[in-house]
Design a protein around this ligand. Structure first.
Ligand code: GLN
Length: 535
């Protein structure tokens, strides 16, 4: 008996930013809820080998998988909607594909051949798509093709999909096309023409979609569904409404109301077990019905672009829903703190300083960390947020006014944050940080231990610098204590203030492990502290 291998491709048309990542993640959530062994894969048609070297201004946060790949933020949506850790096998870029083919060419694997996009690149793409099923032991993979149909970069992927449709039995491959149905402001009418045009583009490369998902601001009436069905050559029941919703977590429920998952399984020749979305529905209800608001200040460099801190915001939401609180984020530009001081931090019940790189805004973040220390305001430092807390403490409490990280001042007399020993001499920037999950020991009697309730943790990392162990004793004596350390006791993974209601700063990124139905213990503990600060 051959094992089951089914492929669903999600393409996008008209404009980017329609929510292809959330649609893909939602399909994962729905199929999983019916007991299907499903995995998700994202294709980013860039020449970058991973997302680590890309600009958060353009692409939002860099997500890190457990096995240490720096990916696009959609992988974060996938993990959150699947409640599962993904890996390198779930993320594919053009850079990776070409790299592998060129290396093979240099090894002589293609001796005598002309190496070309078709068939060599397309074969590599197909191999990696199939590889996602194998690596995860799944029976179905939903593959999101980044970008929009018609982009030059996307062509080899669409060609690979076209070939797979030809090579495999009809019921093993389905194509879902997400397109935009805008409302004309002058007449208030929904317009289907952009959708028709993008389907035309898809057909021009030989792909007939099986489902059209119509992203629309208002409900999609039957007449328009029929029109899309007729012009795009799909059955009318295969035109799926994807309306603007107040939260991304409502999307699976809205798609389930359209019976999308059952129709998709039917198209793939799979019988569908009853779906169980009760826990997800309960989470969405909590999210919507929370009455009390907690106002959390995020002090960062990229606050004008919210997606740069996406996983942190989602982690706050998950923890908030579990506690019955609505989290309102006050976005505080670090530079505003530099200009206005305390005034910029007024009115928040807790401060979170997230990860970051480079010197801009550092003084503002140090000020925020010091403000929280002095006033008893709950403080949660993440990665760079831990490093600035250490610098602030060194300057204010230990009296080392020039203490710094060597990232910002290579000649500081007090390098309280310094390069990891294994980073000395590393020149290349791509994929060379300390990346992925590492174990750590949580010290007994600390707030961190109370939050985790466990002595051993594993958390994901993305940094080059770390707490300089040379100064450990001085810090500890003065009240900033290490609360998590690496198993070999060489690295300080987290610190906290002994005499403070809740001041915890971690070198890792707990936000990557938070899930809607399994909020992260540190985010829960932080929000609990924030809630009692207000009362
Ligand atoms: N820039 C710091 C480092 O490289 C912090 C990194 C981060 O916050 N992710 O160590």
């Amino acid at each position: 008996m051959p094992t089951l291998a089914k492929y669903v491709f999600v393409t996008g048309g008209v404009v980017s930013g329609l929510g292809k990542g959330v649609l893909t993640a939602s399909l994962g959530c729905l199929l999983r809820s019916r007991g299907v062994r499903v995995t998700l894969q994202k294709i980013d048609p860039y020449l970058n080998v991973d997302a680590g070297t890309m600009n958060p201004y353009e692409h939002g946060e860099v997500f890190v998988t457990k096995d240490g790949l720096e990916t696009d933020l959609d992988i974060g949506h996938y993990e959150r909607f699947l409640h599962e850790d993904l890996s390198r096998a779930n993320y594919l870029t053009t850079g990776q594909v070409y790299w592998a083919v060129i290396q093979r060419e240099r090894c002589g694997d293609y001796l005598g051949q002309t190496v070309q996009v078709i068939p060599h690149i397309t074969e590599e793409i197909k191999g990696r798509i199939k590889g996602a099923l194998e690596a995860t032991g799944s029976e179905l993979v939903v593959v999101e093709v980044g970008g929009t149909v018609g982009d030059i970069e996307g062509l080899p992927y669409l060609e690979a999909i076209r070939q797979l449709r030809d090579e495999l039995p009809r019921e093993d491959v389905a194509v879902v096309h997400l397109a935009y149905v805008p409302v004309l402001s002058t007449t208030g009418e929904l317009k289907t023409k952009p959708t028709q045009h993008s389907v035309k583009e898809l057909r021009a490369v030989g792909i007939q979609p099986d489902f059209i998902v119509a992203r629309c601001p208002t409900p999609l009436p039957l007449a328009l569904r029929k029109k899309i069905a007729l012009f795009c050559d799909v059955p009318v029941e295969h035109v799926i409404e994807d309306r603007d919703l107040s939260s991304i977590y409502e999307v699976p429920l809205a798609l389930a109301a359209e019976d999308f998952d059952r129709k998709l399984l039917h198209r793939l020749g799979l019988s569908s077990a009853a779906s169980d979305l009760a826990a997800w529905e309960d989470f969405v209800r909590r999210l919507q019905n929370a009455e009390e608001t907690l106002r959390i200040g995020i002090v960062g460099k990229y606050v004008e672009l919210r997606d740069a801190y996406l996983s942190i915001v989602e982690a706050l939401r998950h923890a908030g829903a579990a506690l019955g609180k609505k989290v309102e984020v006050a976005w505080i530009p670090a530079q505003k703190v530099e200009e206005q001081g305390e005034k910029a931090l007024a009115g928040v019940q807790g401060i979170l300083v997230p990860g970051g790189f480079g010197e801009r805004g550092i003084a503002g973040k140090i000020f925020a960390a010091e403000h929280a220390r002095r006033t008893g305001l709950p403080y949660f430092g993440i990665c760079l947020g831990m490093q600035v807390a250490v610098i602030a403490f060194a300057r204010a409490v230990l009296g080392w006014s020039e203490a710094n990280s060597t990232e910002f001042d290579p000649r500081t007399p007090y390098p309280v944050i310094d390069l990891l020993p294994e980073q000395a001499g590393v020149k290349a920037k791509g994929g060379t940080m300390r990346l992925g999950e590492y174990p750590a020991k949580v010290q007994p009697g600390t707030r961190l231990r109370a939050a985790y309730g466990e002595a051993q943790i594993g958390e994901r990392h993305r940094h080059r610098y770390e707490f300089n162990p040379r100064y450990l004793e001085e810090f500890e004596r003065a009240g900033l204590v290490p609360c998590a350390i690496s198993p070999d006791e060489r690295l300080v993974e987290a610190v906290e203030l002994r005499d403070h209601p809740w001041y915890v700063a971690v070198q890792f990124h707990p936000e990557f492990r938070s899930r809607p139905l399994r909020p992260h213990p540190l985010f829960l503990a932080f929000l609990r502290a924030c809630a009692s600060f207000s009362s």
